[in-house]
Design a protein around this ligand. Structure first.
Ligand SMILES: O=P(O)(O)OC[C@H]1O[C@H](OP(=O)(O)OP(=O)(O)O)[C@H](O)[C@@H]1O
Ligand code: HPA
Ligand SMILES: [Mg+2]
Length: 178
């Protein structure tokens, strides 16, 4: 796996420091409130599980699986719900946790659906933001790192379902997918 990585962009320590920093800010924001954290499968699993260890308000977790990338490196633009939430989000404070916002198509679609279900509040926290990929505007409250225009893998992010288990964020060598 390592031989397919051109460069480690964000290492484990940088990721964990960011989780601690974001956790503190989020805890202050929801102080005195209850929170539901929604993990967008599969990419956000590692980030969400590390992030919530750093949030100290009472919270519940739920999962939603949507997919638009399939096996490629560009979004198909067609977002499919593979698994919906287990619980209602009506009148709840919702924090959506994502690994990366690239074109913005996934979250734009998701936000429309979730806002229509009447949450008390709804915000987005993404570990990575790739603004050069954006096709549609997204209002993001919490961003870990702004990343360059390269295909990234690791810490939950995949290429063709692989590399999710790398403990860092790396740039995938172009010859792997070209
Ligand atoms: O802003 P966008 O261009 O829509 O891209 C971001 C989305 O794409 C990836 O998910 P993917 O559909 O690959 O599913 P996965 O999380 O299971 O890998 C990633 O986890 C985000 O959800
Ligand atoms: O750079 C990326 N890597 C992995 N998955 C992604 N989904 C959108 N952008 C990316
Ligand atoms: Mg993916």
């Amino acid at each position: 796996m390592k031989q397919d990585i051109k460069e480690v962009l964000i290492d484990e320590t940088q990721i964990q420091n960011k989780n601690s920093e974001l956790g503190k800010i989020i805890s202050e924001h929801y102080r005195g409130e209850k929170l539901t954290v929604i993990c967008i499968l599969k990419g956000a699993i590692m980030f969400m599980s590390d992030l919530i260890k750093n949030i100290d308000v009472p919270l519940e977790i739920d999962f939603m699986d949507v997919s638009s990338y399939g096996e490629g490196t560009t979004s198909s633009g067609v977002v499919k719900i593979i698994k919906d939430l287990d619980a209602s989000i009506e009148d709840k404070n919702i924090l959506i946790v994502e690994d990366i916002i690239d074109s913005g198509l996934t979250l734009s679609y998701l936000m429309k659906i979730l806002k229509s279900r009447g949450p008390k509040s709804i915000e987005i926290c993404t570990l990575l933001d790739k603004p050069t990929g954006r096709k549609i505007d997204i209002d993001v409250k919490y961003v870990g790192f702004t990343v360059p225009d390269a295909f990234l893998v690791g810490y939950g992010l995949d290429y063709s379902e692989k590399y999710r288990n790398l403990p860092y964020i790396g740039i995938l060598k172009e010859n792997v997918y070209r």
